[in-house]
Design a binder for this molecule. Sequence first.
Ligand code: AMP
Ligand code: MN
Ligand code: MN
Length: 365
Amino acid sequence: MTASLGGALTEADPATAAEPVIADGPTEDDWDAAVAAVRRLPPDGRVLLICHVNPDGDALGSMLGFGLGLRRLGVRQLQATFPHPSDVPEPFRGLPGLDLLVPAAEADPAPDLVICFDAASVSRLGELADRLTGPGTALVLDHHASNTGFGDVNLVDPAAAATSVLAEELLARLGVALDAGIAECLYVALSTDTGSFRFDATTPAVHEMAARLLATGLRPGDISRRVFDSRPFGAVRLFGEVLGRARLEPEAAAGHGLVWTYATLDDLARHEQRPYVLEALIDPVRCTAEADVSCVVKQAGPQEWAVSLRSKGATDVSRVAVALGGGGHRLAAGFTGRGTVDEVVERIRAELAVPAPGGDADRPG
Ligand code: AMP
Ligand code: MN
Ligand code: MN
């Protein structure tokens, strides 16, 4: 997800996802184990921070914010990374803590502590997956209900609006006070995953956390403009073209409606745009009032497509994404599709036609 016209919907629905493994949030024992994992680091202990491939605001923001906190604690041997490709999406290029980043190929092969942010499974860590199984301790911070519990210590809270909620709590338990740098990272994470505080996950606790972050002196207008409301003119024109070919299928998704469009590598080349700009494309598509399900199919290779799925509440799109080899949340999910666009969309249509177990349509969004 990312920069968007009016807010990016990514980790929108922490309440439900396919095959929940961790139903409740962390126990006091989990928190104690996480604090101990940091505190028992030797003076020159090496720490590696990892987040999921194609990082969004929550993945990068919680990782870098926590990294800045560790630096304040005195951790000196500290790297942050994510799987190839290592480009930081334009909207996040102003984040504090970017100097912690190294390309995945240069990441410490055997850190004493590895901390993983916003990834539901090791499959989201690409070539960095082996860092979780090394001799060091693996600590996982996440909010996907489908998290597989792949760390030695798992701080996973499906009720949290963003992974940054867990990052802030762990920093507080470690005695690290918020400063403006940490706060900006955590604010970007929180505001992107709540769609600028619009989704249902926006609880009073979320606003209280935002208040603590803003109290460090952040300028939310500047941050929002950079993260949500800025894109190259070429991308504006590209969006016009791609939105112009959107299709509405009112009968799909058991009559709840499907709206979809696609963008090719050739579209990007013609408008001289880089792939990250397409992350925001789902937002104008999902505005379609006549469709519960929205979908953007983004070409990643000759026969390869990154698919974004969103639901307004009547459809569990994580079920569709999981069935097609991906994952996500009930209202925001994705997968990698192979073949032609038409083949990929036909598979989505077919999955949407499968009746949901347990009468999903009646569940609240
Ligand atoms: P996106 O449409 O890329 O913003 O992704 C929405 C959500 O779907 C993400 O927050 C992830 O939880 C999940 N997701 C997207 N793509 C994949 C994938 N290929 N595999 C697993 N989960 C995915
Ligand atoms: Mn994410
Ligand atoms: Mn998240």
